[in-house]
Design a protein around this ligand. Structure first.
Ligand SMILES: Cc1cc2nc3c(=O)[nH]c(=O)nc-3n(C[C@H](O)[C@H](O)[C@H](O)COP(=O)(O)OP(=O)(O)OC[C@H]3O[C@@H](n4cnc5c(N)ncnc54)[C@H](O)[C@@H]3O)c2cc1C
Length: 389
């Protein structure tokens, strides 16, 4: 057993740490207030090779894997979860293509993501179908040598900037069909007729990278843009399973950033003839969060290591879901406790705590809520995928 990062990953961690301190930290508040897409950071990430971290070398990436991406995201999320989301979006929509796509699709759609020449977004959720994925109503109807798609996807992160979308649609004759092979995954290009970005959401946090609707109206999609075999529910789940440590990394980075900031503050803040860091009640809060963060990091790094070995099928789900569940709940707890440690200052926009607090909450909702993760972990134990004997 070895808990050390490889020399390459340790170097990546150090270089992204410096980049995050120099370039991301000074922009975090501005991104939140302006709610404008940080194109400058996208270009900085591109020039640093971070957009291709998770992409295998044969498609123009650096082959850093899920673990490499998670480590980079952890560093960036210490200061800005919007910037961390930009890195996450190099994997969420490309995941199904990397897992089950054709060579042609990988070269045509994934390679430009690694180069920073294109962006993509992931369309699974619909207004009536979030956790209940099989409630989706977007339909793909066979037509000649292709498909015609109609429907509305919602809450899609990065929908405005994306050049292409990884979209899931019902391909069965009956749209009410809930069988898992009734869903298919497609790559849909933004420039195609009938593809339109609808309303964007007014979000509580993680501003600057829009979420919103994708409207599909009689969109013709050729057969060559079907990802994997027709029957894509399993592919959606494989993609999401492999993403659990990547979302988790957004949580641990946020919690680390909040705790480091709050620790420096309480060591400076005088009260009752001491600093507030001298009070045991404060120290115990710091200690409990430090334990939570390190536990979440262990779960996240292990999950990323598993995912990089292709271990994101059903039997590995509890380990993957646990990382997402714990790390994102820790992020919410840490931002709450750390805001409290700053008192009134924590409530004000002069400090980043209220931003951490607003940003953290989306993490327990996206890509499978905490309750959905608990369900998956429990299923793993009940099925003996996770068992200690
Ligand atoms: C900022 C943001 C960005 C997003 N980006 C994307 C994106 O890029 N692409 C995309 O496809 N989607 C995206 N989503 C959507 C996200 O994946 C869904 O919000 C999520 O899956 C939950 O679905 P829902 O919101 O419909 O909640 P619901 O499914 O309606 O759930 C509501 C509540 O009920 C609970 N619940 C539901 N089912 C169960 C159950 N079986 N047992 C116990 N509790 C349950 C949930 O945990 C939750 O607390 C994004 C959401 C947000 C907030």
């Amino acid at each position: 057993m070895n808990f050390e990062l490889s020399p390459e990953l340790a170097e990546l961690q150090q270089s992204v740490r410096r980049l995050a301190q120099d370039k991301v930290k000074p922009r975090a508040r501005e991104i939140d207030e302006s709610n404008e897409y940080p194109q400058d950071l996208f270009e900085i990430f591109r020039d640093a090779g971070l957009l291709g971290l998770v992409v295998p070398t044969e498609y123009g990436g650096s082959g850093g894997g899920i673990l490499g991406l998670a480590i980079a995201i952890e560093e960036v999320a210490k200061y800005s979860n919007s910037a961390a989301l930009m890195l996450l979006l190099t994997r969420l929509p490309t995941g199904p293509v990397l897992i089950a796509g054709s060579e042609h699709q990988k070269h045509q759609y994934v390679a430009p993501i690694a180069a920073g020449a294109q962006r993509a977004a992931f369309g699974l959720s619909e207004p009536q179908a979030g956790s209940d994925v099989m409630g989706m109503r977007t339909r793909a109807v066979r037509d000649g040598d292709g498909w015609v798609l109609n429907g509305v996807k919602c809450w899609m992160s990065g929908v405005v900037q994306a050049d292409w979308y990884c979209v899931f649609a019902k391909t069965s004759a009956d749209p009410a069909d809930r069988s898992h092979d009734s869903v298919t995954c497609f790559v849909v290009e933004r420039s195609w007729d009938g593809v339109e970005v609808g309303a964007t959401d007014r979000k509580m946090g993680v501003r600057g990278v829009d979420t919103g609707e994708l409207l599909l109206h009689d969109v013709r999609v050729p057969d060559e843009n079907v990802v994997g075999a027709v029957g894509g529910f399993r592919l959606a789940m494989l993609g999401l399973n492999s993403m659990r440590p990547v979302v988790a990394a957004r949580g641990i980075g946020l919690a680390e950033g909040a705790l480091m900031y709050a620790t420096e503050y309480v060591q400076e803040r005088a009260a009752f003839g001491k600093t507030i860091a001298d009070f045991q009640g404060i120290q115990w809060e710091i200690a409990k969060l430090a334990v939570d963060i390190e536990a979440a990091r262990m779960l996240t790094y292990r999950a990323a290591w598993l995912a990089d070995q292709g271990k994101f099928t059903k039997e590995w789900v509890p380990y993957l879901s646990m990382s997402k569940y714990h790390a994102t709940e820790v992020a919410v707890r840490a931002s709450n406790v750390c805001l409290q440690l700053l008192g009134a200052a924590g409530y004000m926009k002069d400090h980043p705590m209220e931003l951490y607090y607003r940003d953290a909450k989306q993490l327990t909702i996206v890509e499978g809520t905490s309750q959905v993760q608990l369900g998956l972990i429990a299923r793993g134990v009940l099925d003996r995928d996770l068992w200690w004997d």
